[in-house]
Design a protein around this ligand. Structure first.
Ligand code: SF4
Length: 705
């Protein structure tokens, strides 16, 4: 152990899914010095620009510090009385499924667990979804289809040990910077090759050995063609396929229909046959391959199929769960994985269990839940549509800003105005979501990073502590405690008698291990009896961590999966097609995404001048040919319009976007005094399997302002 000053606290970065360890040394005046934790396995002391600027984001400016009801400051007693009364009234008049929760990958696992338990076990509503629906729910669905469980097979060390890393739909250099540095190190140390697949030549693409600038939405063609190539060149692991999988022939037949040869792949993807051949040859002859994917794959109306097309290629070659090999979903948010673990998605129950009768019964008995739900709830897009139609009467939003981030965000504002009860647990008083109103609006001040205590799980299944190093400001309280308070007010005192985050975590771990004989992947039995003192000092650990011991950094190398017969499944994917094709009126494809130095809707990173300086104003990337065609000048202002709205942004003329494409960042909002709320422009057609909305391909037009 490297000694640190006594007052230094080991915690975890609140931004991306890399989950870097942070050393925070408070200055006694509300600030803190920030450094990377050299002992955290995710980052080994490194931090990216966002993580290292965390100390600049700790001010209390614009914080929500007291509960409010309809804009008037209230005591907690009164505000929570309004919440409990409103929930009770909605349940009595309209049924429990008139109540919904919209949660967040920013919440700690303990907050998430209590919200999920309250809603799905005690109120009896299945309508609990999360902004993780917009992040990686397609990866979840693909994992479940292929493995029978939502299991990330590998670990970060695979990135150090791979000889080929394929990055698809991921600007890793900006969105998972510390992992990208590990990849660059691997290139230096062992000559690892980097293939980047993306319609946009980002910073990540600039660093690639081979950059494949594919047409938006054509990923399934590229990976179907790869499956055909692997089969035709004798590169399959025939034994692994025969002994440990099912469905290969159907998947290969479908792949042959979509991508029978390189010419067909070229026609669908817009790549040259030489580029395609170069990629296929590299993949075929390199044993140690990791294919990492992120939002460019997930945020798509075909996201689940795209992910399964990738998984198919790894299963076909047996390259899974072994050092330096495997498909790897890079999660966007700090605790998207923790949310999956507690069941924060509407199509999950809890602890990676779903709605088979025996699973429902198991959770019911463990929770002693009087109102356990028996089926799925509505996923984010459908949920907000139901609010708009008046089917949902009470909504509790926690730790997320859907009025900016949801597709058709203007409709979200209109929808919440129809709610009888609109509850927002928030850190900031001025977010777009906190400023919206329902018929009765309750704002509840939440603790921010540095003030709250709990756990998060990163992309490699590693659970780390977020620890408090600042005192709670104003009257802000932990979300788990507020939820438990409401649970008690609704008459469920025993089930919500938690007195600490550690107590919540113990129960969460206990549920994961309850009647789990190894048939379920998510098992934290080894931590189910963790003491408060041990929880306080607990070091980062990967699951599964069963009571009998034996954590595993990698899964599935033994060929045993969590399907009923233990075999993985190949998936016959659909041919690529954009959900909304371009037209004469809207001839361009609008892509959206992150930039290097901002996070989500900028409520935290916007406080750092250094971070804001990287890109000071919202912008739209336009190819030089399109700039000439539409009369746009670099640095000028353009209006980008879709069928849902229009935004005004600074023009950035760059060849990094392909002709016919636009790129806009997702971060700016009305609260940042701009007219560039990208969520208001996209329809977000949901993937039919995962429900994840398309955010990468919206037909658009552009004109100078
Ligand atoms: Fe934080 Fe992600 Fe940067 Fe690590 S890579 S410091 S987790 S934003």
């Amino acid at each position: 152990t490297v000694p640190v000053p006594e007052q230094t606290v080991r915690t975890t970065c609140p931004y991306c899914g890399v989950g870097c360890g942070v050393l925070a040394t408070p200055d006694g005046q509300g600030g803190a010095a920030i450094a990377g934790d050299p002992e955290h396995p995710a980052n080994l002391g490194r931090l990216c620009s966002k993580g290292s600027a965390l100390g600049e984001t700790l001010s209390l400016e614009n914080r929500l510090l007291q509960p409010q009801v309809d804009g008037v400051r209230q005591s907690w007693e009164s505000a929570l009385g309004t919440v409990a009364g409103g929930l009770r009234k909605a349940a009595e008049r309209h049924g429990p499924d008139s109540i919904a929760f919209y949660l967040s990958g920013q919440l700690l696992t303990e907050d998430y667990y209590v919200a999920n338990k309250l809603a799905k076990g005690f109120i009896g509503t299945p309508h609990v979804d999360t902004n993780s629906r917009l992040c990686m729910s397609s990866a979840v669905a693909a994992h479940r289809r292929a493995f029978g469980s939502d299991t990330v097979p590998g670990c970060y060390e695979d990135l150090d040990e791979a000889d080929l890393i394929v990055l698809t739909g991921s600007n890793t250099a900006w969105c998972h910077p510390i992992l990208f540095r590990r990849m660059v190190d691997a290139r230096t140390k062992r000559g690892t090759k980097l293939v980047v697949i993306d319609p946009r030549k980002t910073q990540t693409g600039e660093e690639a050995d081979l950059f494949l600038g594919i047409r938006p939405g054509s990923d399934t063609a590229l990976f179907s063609g790869l499956l055909v190539h692997l089969a035709d060149t004798g590169a399959l692991d025939a034994r692994f396929v025969a002994d440990h999988t099912a469905g290969f022939d159907a998947a290969l037949d479908r792949a042959r229909l979509i991508a029978p040869n390189r010419a067909a792949v070229a026609a669908l993807t817009g790549l040259s046959e030489a580029e395609i051949g170069g990629f296929y040859d590299l993949f075929t002859r390199t044993e140690r391959v990791v294919t990492a994917f992120s939002m460019g794959v997930n945020q798509s109306a075909q996201g689940t199929d795209k992910a399964n097309a990738i998984l198919n290629c790894h299963l076909a070659t047996g390259r899974i769960g072994r050092p330096g090999m495997g498909p790897f979903s890079l999660t966007g948010q700090p605790n998207a994985m923790g949310g999956r673990e507690v069941g924060g998605l509407a199509n999950m129950l809890a602890a990676h269990m779903h709605f088979a009768p025996e699973e429902v019964d198991r959770v019911r008995r463990f929770w002693r839940a009087p109102n356990i739900i028996t089926g799925e709830g509505m996923k984010a897009v459908a949920l907000f549509e139901a609010i708009q139609r008046g089917k949902i009467k009470a909504l509790w939003v926690m730790g997320t800003n859907p009025l900016v981030s949801m597709p058709r965000a203007d409709l979200i504002r209109e929808a919440v105005s129809k709610l009888d009860l609109y509850v927002v647990s928030e850190v900031m008083a001025d977010s777009d979501t906190a400023r919206a109103t329902g018929r009765k609006t309750v704002l509840l001040p939440a603790l921010a990073w540095g003030e709250k205590d709990g756990t998060v799980t990163n992309s490699e299944r590693r659970i780390s502590r977020q620890r408090r190093f600042l005192k709670a400001p104003g009257e802000a309280r932990p979300d788990w405690a507020v939820l438990a308070d409401v649970g008690r007010r609704l008459g469920h005192g025993q089930a919500f008698s938690f007195t600490s985050a550690a107590a919540v975590f113990r129960q969460h771990a206990g549920l994961s291990a309850f009647e789990n004989n190894g048939s379920r992947d998510f098992d934290l039995g080894g931590l189910a009896e963790i003491s408060d003192a041990a929880y306080e000092v607990n070091r980062p650990v990967q699951w599964p961590l069963p009571k009998r011991g034996g954590t595993r950094a990698r899964l599935f190398a033994d060929g045993r999966f969590y399907t009923f017969d233990g075999r993985a499944r190949f998936v016959a994917v659909q041919p690529p097609a954009l959900a909304q094709p371009v037209s004469e009126a809207r001839p361009l494809v609008l892509n959206t995404g992150r930039i290097r130095d901002h996070w989500h809707t900028m409520t935290r990173t916007g406080k750092s001048q250094r971070l804001s300086a990287h890109r000071a104003v919202p912008f739209c990337e336009v190819h030089p040919d399109d700039a000439a065609r539409y009369g746009l000048a670099d640095g000028g202002i353009a209006a980008v319009s879709t069928e849902h709205g229009s935004a005004e942004l600074e023009v950035m003329v760059t060849p990094s976007v392909a002709p016919g494409n636009l790129f806009m960042p997702m971060h700016w909002s009305d609260a940042t005094a701009s007219k560039a709320r990208v969520g208001a422009l996209v329809r977000g057609v949901p993937d039919p399997v995962s429900g994840q909305p398309e955010l990468k391909a919206t037909p658009a037009s552009v004109a100078p302002v």
